[in-house]
Design a protein around this ligand. Sequence first.
Ligand code: TYM
Length: 332
Amino acid sequence: HPRVLSGMQPSADSLHLGNYLGALVNWVKVQEDFEAYYFIPDLHAITVAQDPADLTKRTRVAAAQYIAAGIDPERSTLFVQSHIPEHTQLTWILTCLTGMGEAARMTQFKDKSAREGTDATGVGLFTYPMLMAADILLYQPHGVPVGDDQRQHIELTRTLAQRFNHRYGETFVVPVGFYPETGARIYDLQEPTSKMSKSAVSPNGLINILDEPKVTAKRIKSAVTDAGTEVSYDRENKPGVSNLLDIYASVTDRSVEQLVADYEGKMYGHLKVDLAEAVTQRLEPVRTRALELLDDPAELDRILALGAEKARSVAAPVLDEVYQKTGFLPVG
Ligand code: TYM
């Protein structure tokens, strides 16, 4: 079976609707046809300061949400990044293949350092994309199911794989991004021109998987909409309503065109009430299951330990090959 691999940072108390629709739903789908590796990038999370106790808790919370959303740990390999030392080992080699300018052009680093200065921006954020490339390349996946905001990272991963292969001989599979047809880019409910993100200015812009349904319903009902009253899809001029339509299409089987036709002549309020119902219905079983799983942290840890063993059995021989091709003297 060809492989897929992906991960989500454990840097908030819950995953949000963007994570769910942009990535997780697709992960569940592709695990049917691919040998899947899903991990929790805790090393990436510390590129921004994390409270240690929170980080531990959020790592389990992420694992619980993966499983609750439908990742089957019997079928797919579920693990924690820091359990596999090969990720950091390969990162160094890829870092040595990356140009300073090339890394400085990555938008995550570029934007933060432009905003806050290069002293307030950690070197960890600078080398973040090389760690992500290592995460991927160690498992030789064909596809990486992610949302739209990861495109630049996937491009760099491909470049580094090709560069290594060119310099040292065929080693890495050059992966492609798998982007969903709907939900690849979910926007903030209060600021519908910014993507939904855990670093949102106001919590009211976010829909979290683990929030109580009434909180979620309230946030959807108070989402910013646009001038006018007509429900129509127009990203430029009606970003608020267009975002609600995208979310609606993603959580149901209805297309945006169908929804626009269904809401013709109706007010925004109707759309919001129905959308709140559709979203909470969709998330409620995931939330309940995740909370149940979190009642038994020892069981979650056991699943992650088994996953680490399986993941390491794939990653270790790939790193060995890389070390050998690089010319490092083997241990005698
Ligand atoms: P992260 O943790 O920011 O996001 C996890 C996944 O959720 C998607 N996503 C969204 N999709 C649609 N709309 C949004 N508003 C939205 N916000 C987030 C992301 O595209 C992503 O798929 N660098 C990665 C984590 C990572 C990784 C990897 C991913 C580390 N190593 C290896 C894949 C393979 C990140 O920060 O994602």
